[in-house]
Design a protein around this ligand. Structure first.
Ligand code: FAD
Length: 425
């Protein structure tokens, strides 16, 4: 039994899973869950919404269904974290003191770092972005429909120069659009370009090679080392900046530094009929402004400073991080949240008893890589990048594109995801 005050910031996949786990494990603790939204979004479903496969309503559930009894739900955003004084400031000016803090705010979409771009533009002027929101995913679907109905034209698909959630999503959007163009019977009347900020399209080498080969086979023109820097919606033009040949960027700072290198000044202006925009991503501003943000290393100024294995903050032992907000090289997926939640639970309990932390996260992440409508590959890996890493389905060879893997994405992952929110699995 404990009377500790535990504050969980954010009630998405990670925060909700922790609220459920801790309310069961911690007898007597005062647990507050800070989450402004009434609605929980099943974001992995947005790819299927934007591809015209799912109805948008299928991805929405009320948060009230998941918040456990006994957890105090603070229905407003956090506005600041005073880590030295163990205090969270809320939007209405009040504050919450904590003994233990779990940062699970997810990440921030930085559309504003692309000149001329804003999330409101998604769905207008041939602009799509699966990440923007559920409405954005729906309007992306409509923009792709309108472009296909046009009968010809050029589509540009982009990737971001920062870590992103579900790193496969920009590739999946390209593949499902290719399927739809092929089904329209007019594939040859459309040009498709993929603009990548780095040499790789995906961190896992085998998947990277596979996707590159598949893009080449399907007539997708690849250009590497370019990031989307500006967009002119009226003129349907996009500006890309060359970011150097060895760019494996983990933060916007590094990117800015590289851009001012010798080659950094080269720009390309490209016309498009449709563009899929993937914004740079980072921790939310209020986390960046706190002392919890990484002070050095590749995640400096952009991501939460945690030990990537124990998920404990590197400088504040009473603070843990989970989900998309953490500074880690891979693994911004709900599948990683599932693997991280028991680690944070066990380590937080040990920390409360001043015991050594018993649990370690191995970086597990997985991604049903959709390679067309009705086809997918189940890709699983961890910090050591091994493709055959702890396969959940040993009977499926991850290298096979199969209807089985598609069916998992289409039918089986959503119930498994809700089980994670409920603190099971
Ligand atoms: P989120 O689930 O985003 O939750 C963050 C929560 O914090 C939100 O509820 C938000 O309201 C809250 N919050 C934000 N700011 C504040 C604040 N100031 N104060 C309080 N609360 C705040 N994952 C997979 O495993 N497989 C997939 O196939 C897959 N596909 C994806 C496709 C798309 C298009 C997208 C967008 C994501 C996909 N993901 C996928 C990733 C997955 O959705 C995320 O990794 C997962 O939701 C991370 O959980 P989280 O709790 O860290 O963040």
């Amino acid at each position: 039994s404990t009377n500790a005050r535990v504050v969980i910031l954010g009630g998405g996949a990670a925060g909700m899973a922790m609220a459920n786990r801790l309310s069961r494990r911690l007898d007597g603790a005062r647990i507050s869950l800070v989450e402004p939204r009434e609605i929980h979004h099943y974001q992995p479903g947005w790819t299927l919404v934007a591809s015209g496969v799912w109805h948008p309503d299928k991805t929405v559930r009320p948060n009230a269904r998941f918040v456990p009894a006994g957890v105090f739900w603070v229905r407003q955003p956090a506005a600041g974290i005073d880590a030295a004084n163990r205090r969270v400031e809320l939007e209405d000016g009040s504050s919450l003191d904590y003994d233990y803090l779990i940062v699970a705010t997810g990440l921030q979409l930085n559309y504003h770092l692309i000149d001329g771009m804003s999330p409101e533009l998604v769905g207008t002027q041939g602009i799509g972005s699966v990440y923007a929101s559920l409405e954005g995913a729906t309007r992306t679907r409509d923009a792709i429909d309108a472009w296909i109905a046009q009968g010809s034209g050029k589509g540009i698909f982009t990737a971001a120069p920062t870590p992103v959630k579900c790193a496969g999503a920009p590739l999946k959007m390209t593949f499902t659009t290719l399927s739809r163009l092929e089904n329209s019977g007019h594939r040859d009347d459309f040009q498709i370009e993929f603009m990548a900020p780095g040499a790789a399209l995906f961190s896992q080498p085998w998947v990277n090679d596979f996707v590159k080969q598949r893009f080449d086979d399907q007539g997708v023109t690849r250009r590497h080392h370019y990031r989307l820097s500006a967009i002119d919606p009226g003129a349907r033009q996009a500006e890309f900046v060359f970011v150097g040949p060895d760019s494996e960027f983990t933060s916007h700072h590094q990117l800015r530094e590289a851009e001012f290198s010798e080659e950094g000044q080269r720009k390309v202006i490209a016309d498009y009929d449709f563009i899929h925009v993937v914004p740079p991503m980072s921790a939310p501003d209020f986390v960046k402004e706190s002392d919890l943000i990484a002070q050095a290393g590749p995640f400096r100024g952009e991501w939460l400073d945690v030990d990537i294995h124990t998920l404990q903050h590197n400088r504040y032992s009473e603070v843990f991080g989970i989900g998309d907000v953490i500074g880690a090289p891979i693994n911004k997926t709900a599948a990683s949240v599932k693997a991280q939640a028991p680690v944070v639970e066990d380590n937080l309990l040990a920390q409360m008893q001043n015991q050594p932390l018993p649990a370690r996260h191995n970086g597990y992440t997985s991604c049903p890589m959709i390679t067309g409508i009705g086809k997918a590959m189940l890709v699983e890996f961890g910090y050591d990048n091994d493709l055959a890493f702890l396969p959940s389905f040993p009977f499926i060879d991850p290298r096979d594109e199969s209807w089985v893997a598609w069916t998992m994405k289409d039918r089986m992952l959503q119930p498994a995801y809700y089980a994670v929110l409920e603190g099971q699995a």
